[in-house]
Design a protein around this ligand. Structure first.
Ligand code: NAD
Length: 496
């Protein structure tokens, strides 16, 4: 990052939003086009629609430089012993914590989320680094007892090599930190294509690693035209592992390309999480938890509860209680301390929310709250509640990725499990019940990579994070996350 291009007052101190550069081979730099020209794109504050900075774009030559640097970085980093990797990563985490207020303000300016959420995200990222740093020291192989005397059988875990990572704009730091930290813990180097719309906080994460003393080339950060960068990096022979977070449509394209070139892949894709409120649920608790979770990051969360399914006995009371809670959600600039929900991150999301709402209403749905854009400056949309939806309403079938809640009723456990499993997604699923038997049945039968019952307890560093079906494969948390960055090598030796 370099010079300041705009300044905005945060709740604590003024923070200058920087022009964001590429980070290649340990150097922050402009993109270097073939013809000497520099490509940039504007960075827009979603709360004001003002341009707050510019972002450098990588050319093919920059990507080649990043590839060479990452190859060199891997040759160095793979031989840095895990204890040293651990120490450096812990230092990066401390730096991130020290800078959390400033970084959070950058994130709110570029992404829109309330400062409190941006601060939480930054501090959570430091926790994620700490956890992966510790795991670097525990990347054990194993000794397998041999069948023959004199034979020693050993399993080694070796870093896969150079990683190409692609991360989106909804959690500018958190999506990146999981990939960077798992890769580094395993001994890999990485080229990260960060989120073009929210680049400064992601760049600040990389800077924390730089300032902690990471050798040149171990992390490289590029931005540009996503499809061009992925089409070049994924097949490239230097790259050995692909990791992507984003939509299922794009994930399938990238996984197909990776498959063609036999690359290791982690895909963290879209979801459409059922949130089931059974007849024996603690209703007040369910309303409180679901209204709290739903509007985090304005609903732009892959594990957001998105299909509310409430038993008919509780349905009317749930709809009333939930709508009342929704009407209290204060929407505004994320820089204002009392705001619960900021703007959506970009104009595409507002258009999507308008489309979902119009489609549902045209098909006879009832609007219980919200339903419209707020004002005409900034990408604000009202927290929205819809009921009486037909089964083919788009909102019940496509990932909303925004602050819209469709509530349906159900009559039997069989019916609700079938509905929960109806879609090709399988990322997160939620249930509210006071019956241990029902909780257990739901957890076993729901087709979902993550299940959270009576609370929203997903996405901790130490717990697996990933989906099944069209929501992707691989994990971005827990010990499984590091496994994705290592090759298993079996060595058997007859001692002579
Ligand atoms: P999109 O599908 O165009 O982009 C999603 C992400 O993928 C962005 O970060 C984008 O830069 C990246 N991307 C797109 N095409 C790419 C390509 N060919 N190669 C590499 N990266 C590529 O849509 P969008 O408007 O940015 O987001 C809309 C949808 O994306 C949402 O509705 C949601 O389903 C999904 N999304 C999911 C997550 C998540 O956390 N899983 C995050 C952001 C967006």
């Amino acid at each position: 990052m370099s010079t300041a291009s705009s300044s905005t007052a945060a709740s604590t101190a003024p923070v200058n939003y920087p022009d964001v550069l590429l980070f290649i081979d340990g150097e922050w730099r402009e993109g270097r086009g073939h013809d000497g020209t520099r490509a940039h794109e504007p960075i827009v504050n979603p709360a004001t629609e003002e341009v707050i900075g510019t972002l450098a774009h990588a050319s093919r030559a920059d990507l080649d430089a990043a590839l060479t640097a990452a190859e060199k970085g891997f040759a160095t980093w793979r031989h840095v012993v895990p204890h040293e990797r651990y120490k450096l990563m812990r230092k990066a985490a401390e730096i991130l914590r020290e800078r959390a207020d400033t970084i959070a303000t950058l994130m709110t300016l570029e992404q829109g989320k309330p400062l409190v959420e941006a601060r939480l995200e930054t501090n959570a990222a430091a926790d994620i680094i700490d956890w992966f740093a510790e795991e670097a020291r525990r990347l054990y192989g194993r000794v397998i007892p041999a069948r023959a005397a004199g034979v020693q059988q050993v399993v080694h875990k070796e870093p896969v090599g150079v990683v190409a990572a692609f991360t989106p704009w909804n959690f500018p730091i958190n999506q990146a930190v999981r990939k960077i930290s798992a890769a580094l813990a395993a001994g890999c180097s990485i080229i990260l294509k960060g989120p073009e719309e929210t680049p400064a906080s992601c760049a600040a994460l990389v800077k924390a690693y730089e300032d902690a003393g990471l050798p040149k080339g171990v992390i490289n950060l590029v931005f540009g035209v996503p499809a061009e960068i992925s089409a070049y990096l994924i097949p490239h022979p230097i790259v050995k592992k692909i990791t992507f977070t984003g939509s299922t449509v794009v994930g399938k394209q990238l996984a197909a390309l990776a498959g063609l070139h036999m690359k290791r892949v982690t895909m963290e894709l879209g979801g459409h999480a059922p949130a089931v409120v059974f007849e024996d649920a603690d209703l007040d608790h369910a309303v409180k938890m679901l209204s709290g979770a739903k509007f985090r990051n304005a609903g732009q969360v892959c594990v957001s509860p998105t299909r509310f399914l409430v038993h008919e006995d509780l349905y009317a009371r749930f709809v009333d209680g939930f709508t009342e809670a929704v009407n209290k959600v204060k929407v505004g600039s994320g820089l204002d301390a009392d705001v619960r929900m900021g703007p959506l991150a970009n104009a595409r999301r507002v258009e999507a929310m308008e489309g979902f709402t119009a489609d549902a209403l045209a098909q006879g749905a009832t609007l219980r709250a919200g339903g419209a854009r707020i004002g005409n400056k900034g990408y604000f949309f009202q927290p929205t509640v819809l009921t009486d939806l037909p089964a083919d309403a788009r909102i019940l079938n496509e990932e909303p990725f925004g602050p819209i809640v469709p509530i349906q009723s159900f009559t039997s456990t069989e019916a609700v499990i079938a509905e929960a499993n109806r879609l090709p997604y399988g990322l997160a699923a939620y249930a509210y019940t006071t019956s241990a038997k029902r909780a257990d049945e739901f957890a076993r039968r729901v087709e979902s990579g993550m299940v959270s019952i009576n609370h929203h307890g997903l996405a901790l560093p130490e717990t697996p994070f990933g989906g099944m079906k069209d929501s992707g494969y691989g994990s971005e948390g827990g010990i499984e996350a590091i496994e994705a960055y290592v090759n298993t090598k079996f060595v058997t030796e007859l001692g002579l």
